[in-house]
Ligand binder design. Structure first.
Ligand code: HEM
Length: 468
């Protein structure tokens, strides 16, 4: 059911053919400088202008390359096995411009930005809520939300897919992990706040103008208002739960009952930051993936037809439910292929904590290192007909050909997304319910080009849902 489960475990297949670089055999040296740097700005302009094409092209310059972003040197990794080595190595931590920018939103004490023992303790607290054997408990909520979405679309002429996708993503994450009907009213506010924040944060990351973001112009005021509202919302959610006196077996209870290294309850700030650190990536990533899936279904109606046929075969005439997800292999493969070509998390960054070596190159302590799941998952060296949308490449006999770490949209190692099974189940169920009910066509004003922000998704998708 997960992308992990279709990945071969045989480390002998690296899939990297003849990329330039030393790998082994001589003392590690500096990685080559990628071509195309210009005076002063280095590669910054090209990275900002067309990041997907730029990062995808880096593989031609080497498996590890140096980039110059203004005065800064950043290292980019382009070979799948080396991204796996990086993700699994203790020499790299979560730090760097992306995370510094994220901390302004997520806080400093949340699991997504913590490192070392604090991170390990926090993972231990949240992990049980995402365990495979716990997922069926979320089944009724996921099923209810999927069918509510389908019903809601019956009365709409044109769907604003951005709002609809983020809405359901927030509702599922919040209702499953922080149970309570109180979320319904607040889900819309969370969506609005997150939309403003994520676009502002990306801008702050690629154009780091520091104090200029404090100038009280409209965009900065909107950003600050959205940030304040998100923090207020989280405080309200925590306060409501405490006031209710209830302790359902969910993530919020786990956070409220968590103890630190000394056996003391964790602080208010940490609880607050944890809720934000889980809700925000949870809704932004899933919302982006739902948008990409809807674009795929619009552009390839044949896929929707096959999904409808599969659902009919598996469930007959009753409505599809969470319990069916396991059997919906073709639908899951459509989701997996969408994750390959349109990974919501398209770029990842790390910082080295010590002088280290990668692919036979020396990387100094304190260096920022980036890699792009988007570029890795579209590498022609790893995938035949790499740009084609082909769900059948995830059939068991064919997926064996995929090199290790060439498909890691949820990452690997100690920072691997805790929600990989949860998200795959949610996306598969939603896709099955939606494709069974509708075909889609784009409405005037729709702009499906990629929007590259903290996550990757279609820019503005306006669809007509045509009942089957
Ligand atoms: C981390 C992808 C859904 C919570 C990550 C990472 C990736 C990822 C690639 C690793 C980041 C890194 O290595 O630096 C995705 C995708 C999703 C998804 C593609 C949807 C299809 C969710 C959901 C939640 C969630 C639904 C929660 C409700 C988190 C958290 C982390 C994380 C808390 C930080 C883990 C840590 O640092 O230990 N996600 N994610 N994600 N994700 Fe997800």
């Amino acid at each position: 059911m997960t992308v992990e489960s279709v990945k071969p475990e045989d480390g002998s297949q690296t899939g990297t053919q003849a990329a330039p670089g030393p790998r082994a055999g001589r003392p590690p040296g500096r990685p080559p400088l990628a071509g195309g740097a210009v005076p002063l700005l280095g590669h910054g302009l090209r990275l900002a202008r067309d990041p997907l094409a730029f990062l995808g092209g880096l593989r031609d310059h080497g498996e590890v390359v140096r980039l110059r972003l203004g005065p800064k040197t950043v290292y980019a990794v382009t070979a799948p096995d080396l991204t796996g080595a990086l993700a699994l190595s203790p020499d790299y931590i979560i730090a760097g411009p992306l995370w510094e920018s994220l901390e302004s939103l997520l806080g400093k004490e949340g699991v997504a930005t913590a490192n070392g023992p604090l991170h390990r303790r926090q993972r231990r607290t949240i992990q049980p809520a995402f365990r495979l054997d716990v997922l069926p408990e979320y089944g009724p909520i996921m099923t209810e939300e999927a069918h509510a979405l389908v019903e809601r679309w019956r009365s709409r002429q044109v769907l604003d897919v951005t709002a609809e996708s983020f809405r359901v993503a927030v509702r599922v994450a919040a209702r499953c992990l922080m149970r309570g009907s109180y979320m319904d009213a607040r889900a819309e506010r969370i969506c609005t706040a997150l939309a403003t924040l994520f676009s502002g944060m990306y801008q702050r990351m690629v154009v780091p103008l520091g104090p200029l973001y404090k100038v009280p112009v409209r965009s900065n005021r909107e950003f600050n208002r959205a940030l304040a509202d998100l923090h207020l919302l989280v405080d309200e959610i925590v306060a409501d739960r405490r006031a209710s006196g209830q302790k359902p077996d969910d993530l919020l209870t786990a956070l409220l009952e968590a103890k630190d290294e000394n056996g003391e309850p964790i602080g208010e700030q940490e609880i607050h930051d944890q809720v934000i650190a889980i809700l925000t990536p949870g809704s932004e990533t899933v919302g982006s993936m739902i948008m990409s899936l809807l674009l795929v279904l619009t552009e390839r109606p044949d896929l929707g037809d096959k999904i409808r046929d599969e659902v009919k075969t598996v469930v007959g005439d009753r409505p599809v439910a969470f319990e069916d997800v396991r059997e919906l292999r073709y639908t899951a493969n459509v989701v997996t292929e969408t994750l390959r070509l349109y990974p919501a998390v398209w770029i990842l960054t790390r910082r080295t904590v010590a002088d280290t070596e990668l692919g036979g190159y020396r990387i100094p302590a304190g260096a920022d290192v980036i890699y792009s799941p988007y570029a890795i998952q579209r590498d022609h060296r790893s995938y035949g007909r790499h740009e084609d949308f082909d769900p059948d490449r995830w059939l068991p006999e064919r997926s064996k050909e995929v090199p290790k770490y060439a498909m890691s949209p949820f990452s690997v190692g100690n920072r691997k997304c805790p929600s990989d099974h949860f998200s795959m189940a949610e996306l598969t169920l939603l896709t099955a319910a939606i494709a069974t009910a509708y075909r889609f066509e784009q409405a005037p004003g729709s702009d499906p080009r990629p929007r590259i922000g903290i996550t990757l998704r279609p820019r503005r998708l306006l669809l007509r849902a045509l009942p089957r």
